[in-house]
Design a protein around this ligand. Structure first.
Ligand SMILES: C[S@@+](CC[C@H](N)C(=O)[O-])C[C@H]1O[C@@H](n2cnc3c(N)ncnc32)[C@H](O)[C@@H]1O
Length: 167
């Protein structure tokens, strides 16, 4: 089995194509609500983001994600509702591809080393929102810090996707 994982699922319209073509199980980690309170507060208090960040998105539902998969005939996608940083990745590893799309500094910072340690060789991690000077640039900060700590080169594709390639 090839495991494709996504941390931070929503309606996932823009990833249907990728999900559809490979035999796999995909895991998407949801929250009731949208962001964890502490993670959003950190952006406002320490990263100069406006309080309106909390209002940009305020709801997410596992049922929406599941419905989106069903509408597109995707039967092998398994969604899991939880804080992605608390999820036991060993239960799904080794992971071939992981999209980290949780927007904020704290969860990306926490997830990158955890996901990295559970990837298969030749695997790829993509971190969304790696663009400077925008609401979700915490993802870029966490991505750059991770690369620096591991002595890895950074690779930004399509001006916003931070790529980590496993040897
Ligand atoms: C930009 S959306 C993801 C969009 C999705 N990749 C798509 O293409 O439809 C960010 C998602 O991350 C989720 N999220 C944020 N922090 C999270 C955390 N700690 N654990 C799990 N999900 C989280 C939010 O609830 C939201 O659904």
């Amino acid at each position: 089995m090839i495991v494709l994982a996504e941390a931070g699922g929503f309606l996932c319209g823009n990833r249907i194509g990728a999900v559809n073509v490979a035999p796999h199980t995909s895991y998407s980690h949801h929250l009731q609500g949208y962001f964890l309170e502490n993670d959003a507060d950190y952006e406002i208090q320490n990263r100069d983001k406006p309080p309106s960040l909390k209002k940009r998105f305020w709801e997410n539902k596992k049922a929406w994600f599941d419905k989106s998969m069903a509408v597109h005939g995707l039967k092998r996608v398994k969604s899991i509702e939880c804080d992605a940083t608390q999820f036991d990745l060993s239960s799904v590893a080794p992971i071939a591809f992981c999209l980290i799309d949780v927007d904020l500094y704290i969860p990306v910072k926490d997830l990158l080393p955890k996901v990295f340690s559970r990837m298969s060789s030749g695997g790829i991690i993509v971190v969304d929102d790696c663009q400077p000077d925008q609401m979700w640039d915490g993802a870029l900060q966490a991505y750059r810090e991770f690369a620096r700590e591991r002595n890895l080169s950074t690779e930004i594709v399509a001006e916003k996707l931070g790529v980590v390639r496993l040897p």
